[in-house]
Design a protein around this ligand. Structure first.
Ligand code: PLP
Length: 419
């Protein structure tokens, strides 16, 4: 049984240490704690002792995360060729990988089919009937799973409620016929669904009910002839300071009851739950502007560093680690991008920031660095992993040469020496 605390709040990180990291490595900076990644995985795994728990690589595909998880025995679910490659580079056995093909590009299918020739344990999950046709056209007749669309979505935002989005999965009522058909053409080993993401306590019952419908469908198609039923990820973490964490053992019990008996192995593929509170971003205050409406605090992180607030209206906790005891004052905090979407918080009480302060933006481990980008030609930040008292750079800060490399190579011009 795992005894790590179910949540790690931003206030619990050692502020002096964080200031030291900002001074040493510069900002914006991702700070990752691989021990916390492992503890989160272990807690989840312990709550579902009879299930196989894979890590959904899409939440954070960094090698430091993947290898920390492989070290504690996690399997990995990948949603693209690049994720497969990186999981293998981090040491995953390709025979254990599951590839969830979402509108897969031809090169991704080619790669997966080639990989399966050498590693027939690889499983390819299709969410459209023609994905299976495309696999067959490549001569593939190996392990497949059907991603179903349960018609019910859950989660923290419309844009993540995949279970009711026609883009994902085979419509529920078409699955039994497709399963019969696929059994003649492939080795049908599993049924898969991912209903939504960021499910917290008040949505657990709905989420569990949706998983129950997935289990019902698996029984309809014959669960004793399947190796597994995969219920996806979706387990949330508290981003707001006053939100309670999931009581994961109680959640597991609710989910088990909703699923009922299955002859096949049960699988889950959490992403966010494993990595969200294992990383934060350090950012420096560049500008303070007092206006009639707000104190505008300009920082050096932006939506190119962390896009979740702009993309999902996501809340991330923010603390002034340079002056945590100062009087809180409402602040609107944003980055250097020329769009009003580039805000991390609006009118948020934060210990009154001053120019040069370092702020920490919490819960940045899931879909944080993973969605970082080069908008405004901004180099992506560095990432350091902490280990006890030491820290190591696991992704160096990009330079301008990184940003322009592909253009330089395309034109045949010598690679830019701009840093
Ligand atoms: N599995 C699949 C197929 C997904 O699409 C996702 C997220 O989009 C996940 C797992 C991981 O979800 P979460 O990070 O909410 O656990």
């Amino acid at each position: 049984m795992s005894h790590s605390p179910p949540v790690r709040r931003l206030s619990e990180w050692d502020h002096d240490r964080l200031e030291g990291l900002a001074a040493e490595y510069g900002t914006p900076l991702y700070v990752l704690d691989p021990d916390r990644v492992q503890a989160n995985y272990r807690r989840f795994d312990a709550a579902f002792p009879d299930a196989e728990v894979m890590y959904a690589a899409k939440a954070h595909t960094g090698r430091a995360v993947l290898s920390a998880l492989l070290d504690v025995g996690a399997d990995v679910e990948c949603a693209a060729r690049g994720e497969l490659q990186r999981a293998i580079e981090a040491g995953a056995d390709p025979n254990t990988l599951q590839y969830t093909a979402v509108n897969p590009p031809a090169e991704d299918l080619d790669y997966a089919v080639d990989l399966a020739e050498d590693y027939p344990g690889l499983t390819i999950t299709g969410g459209a009937e023609d994905t299976f046709d495309r696999l067959e056209a490549r001569g593939y007749d190996g392990r497949v799973a059907i991603r179903i669309n349960p018609g019910i979505g859950t989660g923290h935002h419309e844009k993540v409620a995949t279970g009711k989005d026609a883009k994902f999965g085979i419509p529920y009522d078409r699955v039994p016929q497709l399963a019969a058909d696929l059994r003649d053409r492939f080795d049908l080993v599993g049924i898969h669904a991912h209903v939504g993401s960021g499910v917290l306590t008040d949505e657990v019952d709905d989420h569990a009910r949706a998983l129950g419908t997935v289990a019902d469908l698996a029984r309809d198609v014959g669960d004793s002839d399947l190796e597994f039923v995969d219920f996806g990820g979706g387990f949330g973490v508290p981003y707001r300071e006053d939100e309670p964490p999931l009581a994961i053992e109680a959640v597991a019990e609710t989910v088990r009851e909703a699923i009922g008996d299955l002859a096949a192995k049960v699988k889950f593929e959490p992403g966010r739950y494993v990595v969200a509170d294992a990383a934060l971003i350090l950012t420096t205050v560049n500008t303070i502007k007092e206006t009639a409406e707000a104190t505008v605090v300009g920082v050096d992180a932006s939506l190119s560093t962390l896009i979740r607030p702009a993309m999902f209206d996501a809340y991330h906790p923010i603390r002034n680690i340079s002056g945590p005891d100062r009087e809180p004052a409402p602040a609107s905090i944003g980055g250097p991008c020329c769009t009003s979407a580039d805000v991390f918080a609006t009118d948020r009480p934060v210990a009154r920031p001053e120019r040069g302060d370092v702020l920490a933006i919490g819960n940045a481990g899931a879909y944080g660095y993973e969605l970082a980008n080069n908008f405004h030609s901004q180099p992506r930040p560095a990432e350091v992993a902490i280990d006890g008292e030491s820290a190591r750079v696991v992704r160096r800060r990009e330079t301008m040469a990184d940003v322009t490399r592909v253009e330089d190579q395309a034109s045949g011009a010598p690679e830019s020496e701009r840093e």
